[in-house]
Design a protein around this ligand. Structure first.
Ligand code: FES
Length: 179
């Protein structure tokens, strides 16, 4: 490592692990001059590299940007986009914004809890399915809306949600039976 690279690395701090993906995060930090105002961009870089933000990565970001850990946690927990736990193979995001709430999204979540034993933020024990919520997906005209593995679906009903989740579970089971 050159002296210049070493100085830059010192500014960013010691990576939480040897994982090469930290180099991507460090590159984003350098792009913004390790500025405290680049906290959200930095958290995005960590999440897109690792899939979620764990305690060690939040502590690393706080150290590197010279911010209180409480501030970094505050931002990470405020935005529903950020994930603090690893996600399952499939993700179901139900919108709890006003339009969707009025059209019954809270009841949809209750039904999912009753049938699949999943609350918002949970991932199933087999890591196949994560249930999340969001605040307005910008699809209020088709409320209640949700995102299923990245695809926005509207006019959600109990049957529609169950058929999606059941198809993911069935797919997982058929894959495990062929192994
Ligand atoms: S409130 Fe759900 S999409 Fe806007």
């Amino acid at each position: 490592m050159t002296a210049r690279a070493a100085a830059k690395q010192k500014q960013i701090g010691k990576f939480p692990s040897d994982d090469k993906r930290w180099l991507i995060v460090a590159a984003v930090m350098r792009k913004y001059g390790s500025a405290q105002s680049a906290l959200i961009e930095t958290l995005h870089a960590v999440q897109s590299s690792f899939g979620y933000l764990d305690d060690s990565s939040l502590a690393f970001v706080a150290r590197s940007l010279r911010l209180p850990l409480s501030k970094v946690y505050g931002v990470a927990t405020f935005y529903s986009h950020f994930r603090l736990k690893p996600q399952g193979k499939h993700t179901c995001v139900v919108c709890m914004g006003t339009a969707c709430y009025i059209k019954g999204s809270a009841k949809l979540l209750q039904k999912v809890d009753r049938k699949y034993g999943l609350k918002v933020g949970d991932t199933s024990a087999d890591n196949k399915l994560s249930l999340l919520e969001a605040r307005c997906l910008g699809a209020c005209g088709i409320a209640p809306a949700g995102i299923f593995d990245g695809t926005v679906l509207g006019n959600l009903s109990d049957d529609l949600v169950e058929s999606k989740l059941d198809s993911w579970i069935a797919e997982s089971e058929s894959v495990s039976q062929t192994k």
